[in-house]
Design a protein around this ligand. Sequence first.
Ligand SMILES: Cc1cc2nc3c(=O)[nH]c(=O)nc-3n(C[C@H](O)[C@H](O)[C@H](O)COP(=O)(O)O)c2cc1C
Length: 164
Amino acid sequence: MTVLEVIRAFAHSSAVGVVVTDAKSERPGPTILYANAAFSQLVGRPIAEVVGISPRFMQGRETRRPALDQFAQALAAGERFHGYLTNYRADGAKYVAEIDCRPLKNVEGRVEYFLAFEREVVRRRGRPWGGMASRFEAATVSSDSLTPDLKLLGAFERGDCVSV
Ligand SMILES: Cc1cc2nc3c(=O)[nH]c(=O)nc-3n(C[C@H](O)[C@H](O)[C@H](O)COP(=O)(O)O)c2cc1C
């Protein structure tokens, strides 16, 4: 069994968007190797349309370059990226995505894939009381409703967050 087959089995019916790319962070990479149904719904494109292309297809006019630079740095360093980006659906609709992206390493510590959990969030009303994460709340899949396996992996858990 391959790593991708294991991920497919776990992520298949997850309510959280799951997307896996190869480990080539430099342009034109990374390339999407797997996406689940929740990711396809989030981005408004069929799975077959997103497999084989770069996740950059979600970017648009209001996607902030500084946040992407931090994303690129994290990927190049083989580190986790947890942040909020303005993404665009196929029909042009804009949304804020919370992205928790991790490198998947082999036993020698070399990055083999990147895996991201993605969900839509909305800006909270009122003043933020804490860091970046307190400015947003999940639009569809709340952290409380995450499955035990995603909780175990610490999906969307706080850390340093990068803004939209
Ligand atoms: C698994 C994974 C998921 C990603 N998801 C998004 C996304 O939802 N939106 C986005 O703008 N970029 C996403 N990216 C980041 C872009 O692919 C790219 O790495 C980013 O634009 C920084 O690289 P650049 O400076 O060459 O543009 C994702 C990357 C990976 C590895």
